[in-house]
Design a binder for this molecule. Sequence first.
Ligand SMILES: CC(C)(COP(=O)(O)OP(=O)(O)OC[C@H]1O[C@@H](n2cnc3c(N)ncnc32)[C@H](O)[C@@H]1OP(=O)(O)O)[C@@H](O)C(=O)NCCC(=O)NCCS
Length: 376
Amino acid sequence: MADIAHGLEGINVTATKLCRIDGLKGELVYSGYDIFDLAEHSTFEEVAFLLWNQRLPARSELEALDKTLKSERELGDVVNQILTELYPVVRPMRTLEVAVEILGAQDRNSSDLTNPGLRQTAARLTAKMATVIATYHRLRTGQPVLAPRSDLNHASNFLYMLTGQVPGDLEARIFDVALILHAEHEMNASTFSAIVTASTLSDMYSAIASAIGTLKGPLHGGANEAVFHTLEAIKEEQNIPSYVEAMLSRGERVMGIGHRVYKTTDPRAIILERLGRQLADQSPNRKWFDLSQKLRDYLARKLEGKPLYPNVDFFSASVYQMLNIPADLYTPIFALSRITGWTAHLLEQYGDNRLVRPNAVYEGAESRQYVTVDQR
Ligand SMILES: CC(C)(COP(=O)(O)OP(=O)(O)OC[C@H]1O[C@@H](n2cnc3c(N)ncnc32)[C@H](O)[C@@H]1OP(=O)(O)O)[C@@H](O)C(=O)NCCC(=O)NCCS
C-alpha cells in the first residue's frame, strides 16, 4: 500500500523565513530572535513588524506601524450593526470569522494581491479584529461599546475596550507578552489552512477566515478554553487524580498537554507560567493558576516516559483568568495575536505561489455497475 503521511506529520510543505521550532530542545525562534528574548524585551507591535519584514523596525518604522494600527481600529457602521445581530446567537470565534469576511466584502481592494495591498490588509485585520472581539463582548454583557483609545498600545487598548478599565502596568505588559507568544508558530494547522486558501489566489480575508475556522477546534487554539473547563471541573487539588484517571480511561486527552512538534515543554508554557507567578502574587483570583501547577505536577508523574508536556494553552487559561478575561474569549485572543503570523505567511505565499493540491490514496470500491434508482 502507498505511504500516507497521516496528519501530514513530518512533511515540509513550504519554506519560510518566519519561524523555526526545535521540538526536542524546546526552541522557538521568530526570524532569528529567540522567543525568550522577544518576551523579555519586545512588544506586540514590534513583533508584528518583525514577522511582516523579517527584521526589527527602526524607531521611525515602529512609530509608523503604530500609527497605522491605531488608524485602523474603528469598525464602521456595517460591522457594528452585524455584531449587534450576531452577539445573541453566535459564539465569539464564529463571530470573528464572519466579521473578517464582512470586512473583506467592504474592502473594494480586497482582491489586491500586490505586496503593498496585502500589507495594508494585514494591518487592517490586526487592528480591527481586536475591536471586533471587544465590541462583541461589550454588546453581550449589555455594556456600552467603547471607542478605541489612540493613547494606548494594541494590548492595553484591547483590554480597555473589553473591560472599560485601562490595565495596570503589570497586566498590560503580561497581556502584551501573551500576544507576542501566540503571534507565530511555523506550519500549524490554521496557518496551513490560510495557505491552502491563498494558494488558489483567493483573497487575504478569505484565507484568514479559513484560518480562524481552523484555529477554533479543540485540538488547536480551542484548547485554551478547554483547559479552563478542565480546571473548573477538577475544582480542587484533591480531585486531580480521580479526574485524570477517569479521563484517560475513557481515552480522552488532557487539554493543554502534548504537541505535534514539541516533545519537551513548550517554551511558551515556561514563559506563561513565569508571567502567571508574577500575576498570582497580586491577584485575588489565583486559584486556577495554583490548580494548573498542581495538575502539571501530577501529569508529569502520571505521564512520565511519554512525550506529553504542557503546551502554550496550558497556562494561558489561568493567566487570562487572572486578567479577568472570560474563558470563551481565550481562543479569539489567540487569533488576535496569530493574525500577524498568518498574514506574514500569506505574504510569503502570495509572493511565491503554487496551488496546494496534494493527493489521496484511493481505497474505495472499483468497477461497479451503475444501477438506476428504481432498481436498487
Ligand atoms: C496537540 C495534539 C493534537 C498533538 O497530537 P498528535 O501529534 O497528533 O499526537 P497523537 O494524536 O498521535 O498522540 C500520540 C499519543 O499521545 C497521546 N496523547 C496525545 N495528546 C494527549 C493528551 N493531551 N492527553 C493524553 N494523551 C495524549 C495519544 O492518545 C496517543 O497515544 P497512543 O499512542 O497510546 O494512542 C495532542 O497532543 C492533543 O490532542 N493535545 C490536547 C489538545 C491541545 O492541547 N491542543 C493544543 C496544541 S498547542
